[in-house]
Design a protein around this ligand. Structure first.
Ligand code: NAD
Ligand code: ZN
Length: 250
């Protein structure tokens, strides 16, 4: 693994426009379970069923009880881990321009990254399905499920459910960053949720190097990505930052 970490540090040192695409795996070491992979929610429930907009519309009480309440408990407690702070260090070193994240936990911003495209929205806010009024998730009253706005409408997370469209502005900005970058770090995503999984393809088609960091291979491995560093996000990012510091000091 060390030789690939050194290779990634050299590639990043030589780049002028690096970006990252992140997924649920980057927050695993912060205690937030991913959907797929080992320990994923998938082992307990079918996220396609519970995180699909049709399920929410059919039975908001069930989706609140099984998915959203649990998610709120976990996200409220979560803090950035070494993978998040590593990406924040890369930005501070002038080596990372943008993060496209599929995560809704807000941890990249807490770690200090300033240009984060939240492709699937943010769990920090809830939106009333009738009047559109917003309230912070931390302020929501869970004594009644599903929680309701003063107008009587049901609150839903301000996230993109499966079956919903990506906000056009996020889509446009992500495609732009993916087509301009010369390196895309793909960290902690199973790369199966579309259209996010298409961004590495856009990067590759425009001549970028695509570097995966993931303990498991993905559908991008060996086809779209130039190489994969098989390891946990935190340890790999710590290694890359240490090597990069040596290169930039030299
Ligand atoms: P995913 O759950 O489909 O896949 C997780 C990936 O992370 C797997 O490939 C797994 O091998 C990898 N992984 C596991 N541990 C890791 C570690 N320590 N370091 C690096 N990688 C690790 O995730 P996805 O591709 O992001 O798709 C799931 C969808 O669910 C996303 O669209 C996202 O919106 C949503 N989701 C978000 C959160 C969150 O905000 N933290 C959590 C669960 C699901
Ligand atoms: Zn309302």
């Amino acid at each position: 693994m060390q030789d690939l970490i050194e290779r990634a540090a050299r590639d990043i040192a030589g780049s002028t426009y690096a970006i990252a695409l992140t997924g649920a795996g980057i927050s695993v070491e912060s205690g937030i379970p991913p959907f797929r992979g080992k320990g994923g929610l998938w082992e307990k429930i079918d996220p396609m069923e519970f995180a699909h907009i049709d399920s929410f519309l059919r039975d908001p009480e069930k989706v609140w009880n099984v998915l959203i309440k649990e998610m709120k408990g976990v996200v409220d407690e979560a803090k950035p881990n070494d993978a998040h702070t590593g990406l924040a260090d890369l930005e501070r070193m002038g080596k990372l321009k943008t993060i496209i994240t599929q995560n809704v936990d807000g941890l990249h911003q807490v770690a200090g990254n300033t240009d984060v495209i939240e492709f699937h929205g943010n769990f920090a806010w809830q939106r009333c399905m009738d009047c559109g009024g917003k309230i912070e998730t931390s302020e929501i009253d869970l004594s009644e499920i599903p929680p309701r706005c003063a107008c009587g409408g049901i609150y839903r997370p301000d996230c993109v459910f499966f079956g919903e469209m990506i906000p056009p502005d996020y889509m446009r900005r992500s495609q732009q960053a993916a087509s301009l970058c010369d390196i895309m770090l793909v960290l902690g995503t199973s790369a199966v949720v579309q259209p996010a999984a298409y961004m590495p393809v856009v990067a590759k088609e425009n001549g970028a190097k695509v570097i995966e960091i993931n303990p498991e291979n993905t559908p991008l491995t060996g086809r779209i990505s130039d190489y994969i560093i098989l390891g946990r996000g935190g340890e790999v990012m710590n290694g890359i930052i240490a090597e990069l510091e040596k290169l930039l000091d030299a």
